[in-house]
Design a protein around this ligand. Structure first.
Ligand code: UN1
Length: 508
Protein backbone atom coordinates (compact mmCIF):
# COMPACT_ATOMS: atom_id res chain seq x y z
CA UNK A 1 0.00 0.00 0.00
CA UNK A 2 1.23 3.46 -0.85
CA UNK A 3 1.40 5.56 2.31
CA UNK A 4 -0.67 8.72 2.22
CA UNK A 5 1.16 10.69 4.92
CA UNK A 6 1.36 14.29 3.73
CA UNK A 7 4.95 14.95 2.73
CA UNK A 8 4.91 18.57 3.91
CA UNK A 9 4.16 17.69 7.54
CA UNK A 10 6.54 14.78 7.44
CA UNK A 11 9.37 16.92 6.08
CA UNK A 12 8.79 19.54 8.77
CA UNK A 13 8.80 17.00 11.57
CA UNK A 14 11.96 15.30 10.25
CA UNK A 15 13.72 18.66 9.96
CA UNK A 16 12.77 19.48 13.53
CA UNK A 17 13.93 16.07 14.73
CA UNK A 18 17.25 16.64 12.99
CA UNK A 19 17.68 19.99 14.72
CA UNK A 20 16.92 22.42 11.91
CA UNK A 21 15.29 25.59 13.30
CA UNK A 22 11.84 26.13 11.84
CA UNK A 23 12.54 29.67 10.71
CA UNK A 24 15.27 28.43 8.37
CA UNK A 25 12.85 26.42 6.25
CA UNK A 26 9.76 28.65 6.26
CA UNK A 27 9.37 32.12 4.82
CA UNK A 28 12.44 32.13 2.59
CA UNK A 29 12.55 33.02 -1.10
CA UNK A 30 13.39 29.57 -2.51
CA UNK A 31 10.54 27.10 -2.64
CA UNK A 32 11.44 23.44 -2.27
CA UNK A 33 9.14 20.80 -3.73
CA UNK A 34 9.03 17.08 -3.09
CA UNK A 35 9.15 15.01 -6.27
CA UNK A 36 6.82 12.54 -4.53
CA UNK A 37 3.76 14.72 -5.14
CA UNK A 38 5.11 18.06 -6.32
CA UNK A 39 4.03 19.78 -3.10
CA UNK A 40 6.04 22.56 -1.47
CA UNK A 41 7.87 21.20 1.57
CA UNK A 42 9.78 24.31 2.58
CA UNK A 43 10.87 27.81 1.73
CA UNK A 44 14.52 28.41 2.42
CA UNK A 45 16.60 31.56 2.58
CA UNK A 46 19.08 32.14 -0.18
CA UNK A 47 22.59 33.52 0.15
CA UNK A 48 23.51 36.43 -2.10
CA UNK A 49 27.04 37.21 -3.27
CA UNK A 50 27.67 39.36 -0.17
CA UNK A 51 26.51 36.58 2.13
CA UNK A 52 28.67 34.09 0.27
CA UNK A 53 31.69 36.34 0.65
CA UNK A 54 31.07 36.69 4.40
CA UNK A 55 30.75 32.91 4.82
CA UNK A 56 33.96 32.32 2.88
CA UNK A 57 35.86 34.94 4.90
CA UNK A 58 34.66 33.33 8.10
CA UNK A 59 35.57 29.87 6.80
CA UNK A 60 39.04 31.17 6.04
CA UNK A 61 39.40 32.48 9.60
CA UNK A 62 38.22 29.11 10.88
CA UNK A 63 40.77 27.36 8.66
CA UNK A 64 43.63 29.45 10.12
CA UNK A 65 42.75 28.02 13.53
CA UNK A 66 41.70 24.52 12.49
CA UNK A 67 44.90 23.79 10.54
CA UNK A 68 46.93 24.09 13.75
CA UNK A 69 45.11 21.23 15.47
CA UNK A 70 46.81 17.83 15.13
CA UNK A 71 45.12 15.79 12.44
CA UNK A 72 43.92 13.01 14.81
CA UNK A 73 42.09 15.68 16.83
CA UNK A 74 40.44 16.88 13.66
CA UNK A 75 39.57 13.26 13.02
CA UNK A 76 37.74 13.19 16.34
CA UNK A 77 35.30 15.82 15.05
CA UNK A 78 34.62 13.68 12.00
CA UNK A 79 34.19 10.62 14.21
CA UNK A 80 31.57 12.53 16.20
CA UNK A 81 29.88 13.58 12.98
CA UNK A 82 29.69 9.89 12.10
CA UNK A 83 27.99 9.25 15.45
CA UNK A 84 25.45 11.99 14.83
CA UNK A 85 24.77 10.52 11.40
CA UNK A 86 24.21 7.08 12.94
CA UNK A 87 21.76 8.56 15.41
CA UNK A 88 20.03 10.58 12.69
CA UNK A 89 20.18 7.94 9.96
CA UNK A 90 16.50 7.04 9.92
CA UNK A 91 15.33 10.65 9.87
CA UNK A 92 17.90 11.94 7.40
CA UNK A 93 17.46 8.94 5.10
CA UNK A 94 13.73 9.56 5.03
CA UNK A 95 14.25 13.25 4.37
CA UNK A 96 16.50 12.34 1.43
CA UNK A 97 13.66 10.18 0.12
CA UNK A 98 11.17 13.02 0.48
CA UNK A 99 13.39 15.68 -1.05
CA UNK A 100 15.18 13.71 -3.79
CA UNK A 101 12.59 10.98 -4.41
CA UNK A 102 14.86 7.94 -4.13
CA UNK A 103 13.40 4.87 -2.45
CA UNK A 104 13.80 4.51 1.29
CA UNK A 105 16.49 1.84 1.23
CA UNK A 106 18.52 4.07 -1.08
CA UNK A 107 17.86 7.12 1.13
CA UNK A 108 19.14 5.15 4.12
CA UNK A 109 22.00 3.78 2.00
CA UNK A 110 23.04 7.31 1.19
CA UNK A 111 23.32 8.16 4.88
CA UNK A 112 25.21 4.91 5.44
CA UNK A 113 27.67 6.11 2.79
CA UNK A 114 28.16 9.28 4.90
CA UNK A 115 28.75 7.19 8.03
CA UNK A 116 31.25 5.04 6.14
CA UNK A 117 33.30 7.98 4.91
CA UNK A 118 33.38 9.41 8.45
CA UNK A 119 34.73 6.10 9.76
CA UNK A 120 37.29 6.01 6.96
CA UNK A 121 38.35 9.64 7.44
CA UNK A 122 38.61 9.37 11.23
CA UNK A 123 41.08 6.50 10.82
CA UNK A 124 42.86 8.25 8.00
CA UNK A 125 43.47 11.26 10.24
CA UNK A 126 46.22 9.16 11.82
CA UNK A 127 47.70 8.14 8.47
CA UNK A 128 48.28 11.39 6.56
CA UNK A 129 51.78 10.29 5.74
CA UNK A 130 54.40 11.43 3.28
CA UNK A 131 57.36 9.62 1.77
CA UNK A 132 60.95 9.69 2.88
CA UNK A 133 62.98 9.75 -0.33
CA UNK A 134 66.59 8.73 -0.96
CA UNK A 135 68.81 11.70 -1.74
CA UNK A 136 72.01 11.79 -3.79
CA UNK A 137 73.74 13.98 -1.22
CA UNK A 138 75.53 12.60 1.83
CA UNK A 139 74.10 13.51 5.23
CA UNK A 140 70.89 14.79 3.71
CA UNK A 141 67.35 13.64 4.09
CA UNK A 142 64.48 14.31 1.75
CA UNK A 143 60.83 13.94 2.70
CA UNK A 144 57.34 14.95 1.82
CA UNK A 145 55.01 16.73 4.22
CA UNK A 146 51.32 17.38 3.71
CA UNK A 147 49.71 20.58 4.89
CA UNK A 148 46.17 21.88 5.07
CA UNK A 149 45.15 23.76 1.94
CA UNK A 150 42.43 26.26 2.84
CA UNK A 151 38.71 26.64 2.31
CA UNK A 152 37.33 23.75 0.27
CA UNK A 153 34.31 24.62 -1.87
CA UNK A 154 31.82 21.81 -2.42
CA UNK A 155 29.18 21.92 -5.16
CA UNK A 156 26.76 18.99 -5.18
CA UNK A 157 23.79 17.73 -7.18
CA UNK A 158 20.23 16.74 -6.24
CA UNK A 159 20.64 13.01 -6.78
CA UNK A 160 23.10 12.40 -3.93
CA UNK A 161 22.13 15.45 -1.94
CA UNK A 162 24.15 14.64 1.18
CA UNK A 163 26.63 11.79 0.54
CA UNK A 164 28.68 13.83 -1.92
CA UNK A 165 29.12 16.58 0.67
CA UNK A 166 30.31 14.02 3.19
CA UNK A 167 32.89 12.47 0.85
CA UNK A 168 34.44 15.87 0.44
CA UNK A 169 33.82 17.36 3.88
CA UNK A 170 35.05 14.36 5.90
CA UNK A 171 38.36 14.38 4.03
CA UNK A 172 38.70 18.17 3.88
CA UNK A 173 38.09 18.50 7.62
CA UNK A 174 40.64 15.88 8.70
CA UNK A 175 43.08 17.48 6.26
CA UNK A 176 42.73 20.74 8.19
CA UNK A 177 40.49 22.64 5.79
CA UNK A 178 37.22 24.49 6.27
CA UNK A 179 34.29 23.63 3.99
CA UNK A 180 31.76 25.82 2.21
CA UNK A 181 28.98 23.92 0.49
CA UNK A 182 26.62 24.91 -2.28
CA UNK A 183 24.03 22.15 -2.52
CA UNK A 184 21.62 21.80 -5.44
CA UNK A 185 18.75 24.32 -5.28
CA UNK A 186 16.47 21.32 -5.59
CA UNK A 187 17.66 19.77 -2.33
CA UNK A 188 18.54 22.44 0.23
CA UNK A 189 16.56 20.89 3.10
CA UNK A 190 18.75 17.82 3.42
CA UNK A 191 21.74 20.18 3.31
CA UNK A 192 20.35 22.18 6.23
CA UNK A 193 19.70 18.94 8.11
CA UNK A 194 23.26 17.75 7.49
CA UNK A 195 24.60 21.07 8.67
CA UNK A 196 22.49 20.77 11.84
CA UNK A 197 24.04 17.35 12.52
CA UNK A 198 27.47 18.86 11.94
CA UNK A 199 26.67 21.53 14.55
CA UNK A 200 25.68 18.84 17.03
CA UNK A 201 29.00 17.08 16.48
CA UNK A 202 30.85 20.40 16.74
CA UNK A 203 29.12 21.25 20.04
CA UNK A 204 30.15 17.88 21.48
CA UNK A 205 33.70 18.36 20.24
CA UNK A 206 33.89 21.87 21.71
CA UNK A 207 36.04 24.68 20.38
CA UNK A 208 35.18 24.32 16.72
CA UNK A 209 35.58 27.78 15.19
CA UNK A 210 32.47 29.39 13.71
CA UNK A 211 32.38 29.10 9.97
CA UNK A 212 34.33 25.82 9.75
CA UNK A 213 31.41 24.38 7.81
CA UNK A 214 28.98 26.63 5.95
CA UNK A 215 26.09 26.13 3.55
CA UNK A 216 25.32 28.62 0.78
CA UNK A 217 21.88 28.23 -0.70
CA UNK A 218 21.15 29.68 -4.07
CA UNK A 219 21.54 29.38 -7.80
CA UNK A 220 24.22 30.05 -10.30
CA UNK A 221 25.23 33.38 -8.80
CA UNK A 222 25.92 31.77 -5.42
CA UNK A 223 27.95 29.03 -7.08
CA UNK A 224 29.91 31.63 -9.02
CA UNK A 225 30.71 33.53 -5.82
CA UNK A 226 32.22 30.35 -4.40
CA UNK A 227 34.06 29.30 -7.54
CA UNK A 228 35.49 32.76 -8.12
CA UNK A 229 36.63 33.51 -4.57
CA UNK A 230 40.37 34.02 -4.04
CA UNK A 231 40.18 32.44 -0.57
CA UNK A 232 38.94 29.13 -1.98
CA UNK A 233 41.96 27.20 -3.31
CA UNK A 234 39.99 24.05 -4.11
CA UNK A 235 36.49 23.41 -5.43
CA UNK A 236 35.07 19.92 -5.68
CA UNK A 237 32.11 19.98 -8.04
CA UNK A 238 29.80 17.05 -8.68
CA UNK A 239 27.10 17.41 -11.30
CA UNK A 240 26.60 17.69 -15.04
CA UNK A 241 29.32 18.06 -17.63
CA UNK A 242 27.83 21.42 -18.63
CA UNK A 243 28.17 22.67 -15.06
CA UNK A 244 31.79 21.44 -15.05
CA UNK A 245 32.49 23.29 -18.29
CA UNK A 246 31.48 26.53 -16.58
CA UNK A 247 33.32 25.86 -13.33
CA UNK A 248 36.64 24.50 -14.68
CA UNK A 249 37.85 27.55 -16.66
CA UNK A 250 37.01 29.90 -13.78
CA UNK A 251 39.11 27.83 -11.42
CA UNK A 252 41.90 27.46 -13.97
CA UNK A 253 41.96 31.22 -14.51
CA UNK A 254 42.95 31.76 -10.90
CA UNK A 255 45.02 28.55 -10.64
CA UNK A 256 42.69 27.06 -8.08
CA UNK A 257 42.36 23.31 -7.90
CA UNK A 258 39.36 21.45 -9.19
CA UNK A 259 37.97 18.03 -8.39
CA UNK A 260 35.35 17.44 -11.08
CA UNK A 261 32.98 14.51 -11.00
CA UNK A 262 30.65 15.11 -13.92
CA UNK A 263 28.37 13.19 -16.25
CA UNK A 264 28.64 9.51 -16.99
CA UNK A 265 27.34 7.28 -19.76
CA UNK A 266 27.99 3.98 -18.13
CA UNK A 267 27.85 0.70 -19.97
CA UNK A 268 27.84 -3.02 -19.29
CA UNK A 269 29.18 -5.57 -21.73
CA UNK A 270 27.42 -8.91 -21.46
CA UNK A 271 29.48 -11.78 -22.89
CA UNK A 272 28.28 -15.21 -24.02
CA UNK A 273 29.70 -16.91 -20.90
CA UNK A 274 27.97 -14.50 -18.49
CA UNK A 275 25.77 -15.76 -15.68
CA UNK A 276 22.66 -14.25 -17.21
CA UNK A 277 20.54 -14.48 -14.09
CA UNK A 278 23.10 -12.57 -12.06
CA UNK A 279 23.62 -10.10 -14.92
CA UNK A 280 19.90 -9.45 -15.14
CA UNK A 281 19.59 -8.62 -11.46
CA UNK A 282 22.68 -6.40 -11.53
CA UNK A 283 21.46 -4.59 -14.65
CA UNK A 284 18.01 -4.04 -13.16
CA UNK A 285 19.44 -2.30 -10.11
CA UNK A 286 22.06 -0.33 -12.02
CA UNK A 287 19.65 0.92 -14.69
CA UNK A 288 16.45 1.44 -12.70
CA UNK A 289 17.82 2.23 -9.21
CA UNK A 290 17.39 5.88 -8.17
CA UNK A 291 15.09 6.02 -11.26
CA UNK A 292 18.18 6.16 -13.46
CA UNK A 293 19.35 9.35 -11.77
CA UNK A 294 22.77 8.31 -10.50
CA UNK A 295 25.85 9.57 -12.26
CA UNK A 296 26.82 5.88 -12.23
CA UNK A 297 23.47 4.63 -13.57
CA UNK A 298 23.70 2.02 -16.29
CA UNK A 299 22.69 3.61 -19.58
CA UNK A 300 24.15 1.35 -22.28
CA UNK A 301 24.01 -2.40 -22.62
CA UNK A 302 26.36 -4.04 -25.11
CA UNK A 303 25.26 -7.65 -25.43
CA UNK A 304 26.73 -10.52 -27.43
CA UNK A 305 24.31 -11.52 -30.19
CA UNK A 306 24.08 -15.11 -28.90
CA UNK A 307 22.63 -14.07 -25.52
CA UNK A 308 20.93 -10.83 -26.56
CA UNK A 309 17.46 -12.21 -27.06
CA UNK A 310 17.36 -14.13 -23.79
CA UNK A 311 18.73 -11.25 -21.74
CA UNK A 312 16.64 -8.49 -23.28
CA UNK A 313 13.46 -10.58 -23.06
CA UNK A 314 14.18 -11.18 -19.36
CA UNK A 315 14.85 -7.51 -18.79
CA UNK A 316 11.62 -6.48 -20.48
CA UNK A 317 9.74 -8.80 -18.14
CA UNK A 318 11.44 -7.27 -15.08
CA UNK A 319 10.95 -3.74 -16.37
CA UNK A 320 7.25 -4.36 -16.80
CA UNK A 321 6.92 -5.78 -13.31
CA UNK A 322 8.76 -3.32 -11.05
CA UNK A 323 6.60 -1.28 -8.70
CA UNK A 324 6.62 2.39 -9.49
CA UNK A 325 5.27 4.69 -6.82
CA UNK A 326 5.76 6.58 -3.61
CA UNK A 327 9.41 5.95 -2.67
CA UNK A 328 8.42 5.72 1.01
CA UNK A 329 6.48 2.56 0.24
CA UNK A 330 8.72 -0.45 0.86
CA UNK A 331 7.28 -2.26 -2.15
CA UNK A 332 8.38 0.51 -4.52
CA UNK A 333 11.54 0.03 -6.55
CA UNK A 334 11.24 3.06 -8.83
CA UNK A 335 10.37 6.45 -7.38
CA UNK A 336 9.69 9.70 -9.24
CA UNK A 337 11.94 11.72 -11.49
CA UNK A 338 13.16 14.86 -9.82
CA UNK A 339 10.86 17.19 -11.81
CA UNK A 340 8.98 17.94 -15.01
CA UNK A 341 12.13 19.01 -16.82
CA UNK A 342 13.65 15.60 -16.25
CA UNK A 343 10.49 14.03 -17.65
CA UNK A 344 10.58 16.23 -20.75
CA UNK A 345 14.26 15.45 -21.32
CA UNK A 346 13.49 11.75 -21.06
CA UNK A 347 10.63 11.93 -23.57
CA UNK A 348 12.78 13.95 -25.92
CA UNK A 349 15.55 11.36 -25.77
CA UNK A 350 13.05 8.58 -26.41
CA UNK A 351 11.65 10.27 -29.51
CA UNK A 352 15.17 10.94 -30.78
CA UNK A 353 16.00 7.29 -30.22
CA UNK A 354 12.89 6.23 -32.14
CA UNK A 355 13.86 8.49 -35.01
CA UNK A 356 17.27 6.81 -35.05
CA UNK A 357 15.62 3.41 -35.42
CA UNK A 358 15.27 2.50 -31.75
CA UNK A 359 12.58 0.16 -30.52
CA UNK A 360 11.21 1.56 -27.25
CA UNK A 361 9.63 -0.56 -24.52
CA UNK A 362 8.28 1.40 -21.54
CA UNK A 363 9.10 5.03 -20.86
CA UNK A 364 5.53 6.23 -20.45
CA UNK A 365 4.31 8.41 -17.62
CA UNK A 366 2.74 6.62 -14.66
CA UNK A 367 0.18 8.43 -12.57
CA UNK A 368 0.61 7.81 -8.85
CA UNK A 369 -2.17 8.93 -6.49
CA UNK A 370 -3.23 11.55 -9.10
CA UNK A 371 -0.28 13.77 -8.27
CA UNK A 372 -0.19 15.79 -11.46
CA UNK A 373 2.86 17.73 -10.41
CA UNK A 374 4.88 14.57 -9.83
CA UNK A 375 6.64 12.73 -12.64
CA UNK A 376 6.73 8.98 -12.39
CA UNK A 377 7.72 6.88 -15.40
CA UNK A 378 7.97 3.26 -16.39
CA UNK A 379 11.73 2.74 -17.02
CA UNK A 380 12.52 2.28 -20.71
CA UNK A 381 14.55 -0.24 -22.64
CA UNK A 382 15.48 0.96 -26.10
CA UNK A 383 16.86 -1.53 -28.59
CA UNK A 384 19.18 0.43 -30.83
CA UNK A 385 20.53 -0.53 -34.24
CA UNK A 386 23.68 1.51 -33.54
CA UNK A 387 25.26 3.80 -30.99
CA UNK A 388 23.75 7.00 -32.38
CA UNK A 389 24.04 10.53 -30.93
CA UNK A 390 21.26 10.13 -28.39
CA UNK A 391 23.00 7.05 -26.96
CA UNK A 392 26.27 8.88 -26.69
CA UNK A 393 24.61 11.62 -24.62
CA UNK A 394 23.78 11.35 -20.91
CA UNK A 395 20.04 11.65 -20.26
CA UNK A 396 19.41 11.68 -16.52
CA UNK A 397 16.46 9.29 -16.55
CA UNK A 398 15.81 5.52 -16.57
CA UNK A 399 16.58 4.77 -20.20
CA UNK A 400 18.66 1.72 -21.03
CA UNK A 401 19.91 1.50 -24.61
CA UNK A 402 20.59 -2.09 -25.67
CA UNK A 403 22.94 -2.90 -28.56
CA UNK A 404 24.32 -6.14 -30.02
CA UNK A 405 27.94 -7.03 -30.62
CA UNK A 406 29.64 -9.88 -32.40
CA UNK A 407 33.32 -9.77 -31.48
CA UNK A 408 34.93 -8.68 -28.25
CA UNK A 409 37.08 -5.91 -29.77
CA UNK A 410 33.96 -4.39 -31.26
CA UNK A 411 32.33 -4.43 -27.81
CA UNK A 412 35.26 -2.58 -26.26
CA UNK A 413 35.27 -0.10 -29.13
CA UNK A 414 31.57 0.64 -28.67
CA UNK A 415 32.03 0.80 -24.95
CA UNK A 416 34.68 3.52 -25.11
CA UNK A 417 33.15 5.44 -28.00
CA UNK A 418 31.28 7.98 -25.86
CA UNK A 419 32.46 11.35 -24.53
CA UNK A 420 32.09 10.33 -20.87
CA UNK A 421 34.27 7.94 -18.84
CA UNK A 422 32.85 7.34 -15.38
CA UNK A 423 31.80 3.76 -14.58
CA UNK A 424 31.72 0.51 -16.50
CA UNK A 425 31.23 -3.20 -16.12
CA UNK A 426 31.53 -6.53 -17.84
CA UNK A 427 29.58 -9.73 -17.23
CA UNK A 428 31.61 -12.79 -18.17
CA UNK A 429 32.98 -16.05 -16.79
CA UNK A 430 35.91 -15.89 -19.20
CA UNK A 431 39.07 -14.77 -17.44
CA UNK A 432 40.60 -13.43 -20.64
CA UNK A 433 37.63 -11.19 -21.34
CA UNK A 434 37.45 -9.96 -17.75
CA UNK A 435 41.14 -9.12 -17.59
CA UNK A 436 41.16 -7.53 -21.06
CA UNK A 437 38.31 -5.28 -19.98
CA UNK A 438 40.30 -4.17 -16.92
CA UNK A 439 43.54 -3.78 -18.88
CA UNK A 440 45.09 -0.72 -20.50
CA UNK A 441 43.30 -1.53 -23.73
CA UNK A 442 39.97 -2.21 -22.07
CA UNK A 443 37.51 0.14 -20.39
CA UNK A 444 38.67 3.77 -20.39
CA UNK A 445 36.61 4.63 -17.29
CA UNK A 446 37.59 5.59 -13.76
CA UNK A 447 35.56 2.67 -12.44
CA UNK A 448 35.62 -0.75 -14.14
CA UNK A 449 33.84 -3.74 -12.59
CA UNK A 450 33.46 -7.44 -13.30
CA UNK A 451 30.16 -9.22 -12.69
CA UNK A 452 28.63 -6.30 -10.84
CA UNK A 453 26.96 -3.24 -12.33
CA UNK A 454 28.62 0.17 -12.69
CA UNK A 455 26.72 1.87 -9.85
CA UNK A 456 26.76 1.56 -6.09
CA UNK A 457 30.46 2.09 -5.41
CA UNK A 458 31.83 1.81 -1.88
CA UNK A 459 33.60 4.77 -0.29
CA UNK A 460 36.95 2.94 0.10
CA UNK A 461 37.89 3.37 -3.55
CA UNK A 462 38.59 6.56 -5.47
CA UNK A 463 35.39 7.70 -7.19
CA UNK A 464 35.33 9.56 -10.50
CA UNK A 465 36.23 9.21 -14.15
CA UNK A 466 37.90 10.46 -17.27
CA UNK A 467 37.09 12.50 -20.40
CA UNK A 468 33.87 14.52 -20.03
CA UNK A 469 33.49 13.10 -16.53
CA UNK A 470 36.12 15.64 -15.53
CA UNK A 471 39.06 13.56 -14.29
CA UNK A 472 38.53 14.22 -10.57
CA UNK A 473 38.45 11.64 -7.82
CA UNK A 474 36.50 11.80 -4.58
CA UNK A 475 36.15 9.60 -1.52
CA UNK A 476 38.60 6.75 -0.75
CA UNK A 477 42.09 5.51 -1.64
CA UNK A 478 44.66 8.36 -1.56
CA UNK A 479 42.17 11.02 -2.65
CA UNK A 480 42.89 12.93 0.58
CA UNK A 481 46.05 14.21 -1.12
CA UNK A 482 43.92 16.45 -3.34
CA UNK A 483 42.78 18.31 -0.25
CA UNK A 484 46.31 19.08 0.98
CA UNK A 485 49.35 21.02 -0.05
CA UNK A 486 52.41 18.86 -0.64
CA UNK A 487 55.81 20.18 0.41
CA UNK A 488 59.10 18.52 -0.48
CA UNK A 489 61.68 19.08 2.25
CA UNK A 490 65.44 18.53 2.00
CA UNK A 491 67.39 18.61 5.23
CA UNK A 492 71.18 18.83 5.49
CA UNK A 493 72.44 17.44 8.77
CA UNK A 494 76.13 17.52 7.78
CA UNK A 495 78.75 20.26 7.74
CA UNK A 496 79.34 20.32 3.97
CA UNK A 497 77.22 21.80 1.26
CA UNK A 498 77.22 19.36 -1.66
CA UNK A 499 75.04 20.64 -4.49
CA UNK A 500 72.73 18.38 -6.43
CA UNK A 501 73.58 17.29 -9.97
CA UNK A 502 77.29 17.79 -9.17
CA UNK A 503 77.08 21.55 -9.59
CA UNK A 504 80.03 23.45 -8.13
CA UNK A 505 79.68 26.96 -6.79
CA UNK A 506 82.69 27.57 -4.54
CA UNK A 507 82.83 31.06 -3.09
CA UNK A 508 85.92 32.39 -1.23
C1 UN1 B 1 26.44 10.18 -7.95
O1 UN1 B 1 25.50 9.73 -8.59
O2 UN1 B 1 26.80 11.38 -8.07
O3 UN1 B 1 28.44 4.68 -6.86
C2 UN1 B 1 27.19 9.41 -6.94
C3 UN1 B 1 27.30 5.10 -6.63
C4 UN1 B 1 27.11 5.92 -5.38
C5 UN1 B 1 27.48 7.34 -5.64
C6 UN1 B 1 26.83 7.96 -6.83
N1 UN1 B 1 27.92 5.36 -4.33
O4 UN1 B 1 26.35 4.87 -7.35
Amino acid sequence: MTPVAPVTEEAASLLTELGVPRDSFVGGALEVRSPINGEAIGRVWTTDAGGANAAIQSAHEAFLYWRKLPAPQRGELVRLLGEELRAGKTALGRLVTIEAGKILSEGLGEVQEMIDICTFAAGLSRQLCGLTIATERPMHRMMETWHPLGVTGIVSAFNFPVAVWSWNAALALICGNAVVWKPSEKTPLTALATQALFHRAAARFGGVPDGLSAVLIGGKETGEALVGHALVPLVSATGSTSMGRQVAPRLAARFARAILELGGNNAAIVCPSADLDLALRAIAFAAMGTAGQRCTSLRRLIVHEDVYHELVTGLKRVYASVNIGDPRDRATLVGPLIDGRAFTAMQQALSEAKAAGGLVTGGQRVHVNSHNEAFYVRPAIVEMPSQSDVVRRETFAPILYAMKYRDFEEAIRLHNDVPQGLASSIFTSDLREAESFLSTEGSDCGIANVNIGPSGAEIGGAFGGEKDTGGGRESGSDVWKSYMRRATNTINYGRDLPLAQGVRFDVE
